[in-house]
Every structure is written in structure tokens, then in C-alpha cells.
Design a protein around this ligand. Structure first.
Ligand code: B16
Ligand code: MG
Length: 218
């Protein structure tokens, strides 16, 4: 059986940390008199921390000094880390271990490709760090998704050609990044939103091991 590279996004694919980002961003936005709702939080999925704060300030028509910007960023991350520190294996999204185990059983290469600078910590908390041969996160990239950099680095670390890689992603920018990298893109979420993906599934419970086998053998 051939060997392929399988690259997983983190938030929205392996765990649902969006709810913790929401709580931490809301508290921060409200502390500087900016309203923040779930719909706006959706628009921050897959977006870097810096860009997220820039967007929130723009929604609130606020400008802040560079120092204040840095202090707001660290306040948000400290709050977010309080939620992350309470995470455990129970927060892994349904059937993710089934697919990871199948890939391992079939001797496939597995990487993480996330925008989060907290990715390693989260994987440690949910006890999945050893499932990944390579981890590319927000600390390793200079260009955010939809730029393909994160996935290209992931492929290189797995010693795989990009066209031999498959990406699981929940954000539109992430699907665009995978497509630009010339990889097979698998959207996890709503097919109307992720229509640029090669395949879309609501979640991993909809993905069969037969489908994964076909991807490996393609
Ligand atoms: P951090 P992903 C992304 O994770 C989140 O979707 C996004 O909401 C967040 O702003 C970004 O990570 C940065 O996270 O503040 O922890 O560095 O979907 O790329 O795994
Ligand atoms: Mg995501």
C-alpha cells in the first residue's frame, strides 16, 4: 500500500476550541466597550490572533497604541489558556481517533497544520501529541492561510510531495490553502460554505475507513 501525507487542521477538525476563543475574545472586546457575537466569532475561524484583534477593533471602530494592542493580545491569550488548561481527551471530536488509528495502522504519514500558536499545548492536553509525526503551527509560518505555506511545510516535514497529501480543514481559508498547495482538500463542516473543497463531510462520523483507503490507494 502506498504512503501518503495526511495533514489535519486543529480547531474545528480535531477539537472545538472555537468556543473558548469566543469566550476569551468576548470578554476582551466587552472590556473595551466593543460588542462581540457568535457570528463575528465565525469570521475568526482559522484567522491568526493578530488579525483577529485587528478585525475586532475595526468592528468596534477603535484604534489603540501598539503597546495596548500587545497587552490586549496577551490578555486574550491568558484567558484562552485558562480554558485550554482544563481540556482533556473527552474534547476530541467524534471519530477523530478512529481515523487517526486507521491511518497509523496503514502506516501513513500524519501532520498537524494549524494557525494556532497554542497547538502543541492543546494536543498535549487531549493526549494526541504522539499521533503526529510533524506539527506545523502559528509559530512556524510567516504567511497565514489561504497562503499554502503551513501545508507545504507540513508536506516537507513528512517527506511527501504536495500532490500526495490530503488536508482536513474546517475553514474556507484553509481549504483555499490546501487547493493552492495542490493537495486533496477535505472540508469538515457545511458544504455550502466549504464548496471549494474536493470533498465535504459534516464531521468525522461521516467519513468511512473505506473512503480513507481509496484516498491512500489513489
Ligand atoms: P492562537 P486552526 C486557529 O486554529 C483558530 O481557528 C483561530 O480562531 C485562532 O485565532 C487561530 O488558530 C490562532 O490561535 O491564538 O491560539 O494562536 O483552525 O488553524 O487550528
Ligand atoms: Mg480550523
Amino acid at each position: 500500500m502506498s504512503k501518503k501525507g495526511f495533514i489535519f487542521d486543529l480547531d474545528g477538525v480535531i477539537v472545538d476550541t472555537a468556543k473558548y476563543h469566543f469566550l476569551a475574545w468576548k470578554e476582551l472586546a466587552n472590556s473595551i466597550d466593543i460588542d462581540f457575537n457568535e457570528e463575528q466569532n465565525e469570521q475568526l475561524k482559522g484567522v491568526s490572533r493578530v488579525r483577529s484583534l485587528e478585525k475586532i477593533l475595526a468592528w468596534g471602530n477603535k484604534t489603540v497604541s501598539e503597546d495596548e494592542f500587545m497587552s490586549l493580545m496577551s490578555k486574550k491569550n491568558n484567558d484562552y489558556l485558562e480554558y485550554i488548561n482544563k481540556m482533556g481527551e473527552g474534547e476530541i471530536l467524534p471519530d477523530v481517533p478512529k481515523i487517526l488509528n486507521y491511518l497509523k495502522e496503514k502506516n501513513q504519514s500524519i501532520a498537524l497544520g494549524s494557525a494556532s500558536k497554542n497547538a502543541r499545548k492543546i494536543l498535549e492536553k487531549v493526549n494526541l501529541i504522539s499521533s503526529f509525526q510533524a506539527i506545523v503551527d502559528g509559530n512556524d509560518v510567516s504567511k497565514a492561510k489561504p497562503d499554502p505555506e503551513v501545508f507545504i511545510i507540513g508536506a516537507r516535514l513528512l517527506n511527501q510531495e504536495p500532490e500526495n497529501c490530503v488536508v482536513f480543514e474546517d475553514s474556507v481559508a484553509g481549504i483555499q490553502a490546501a487547493n493552492r498547495a495542490d493537495m486533496v482538500s477535505i472540508g469538515i463542516g457545511d458544504k455550502n460554505v466549504l464548496h471549494e473543497a474536493n470533498y465535504v463531510f459534516k464531521d468525522f462520523t461521516e467519513i468511512s475507513t473505506d473512503f480513507i483507503k481509496e484516498l491512500i490507494e489513489k
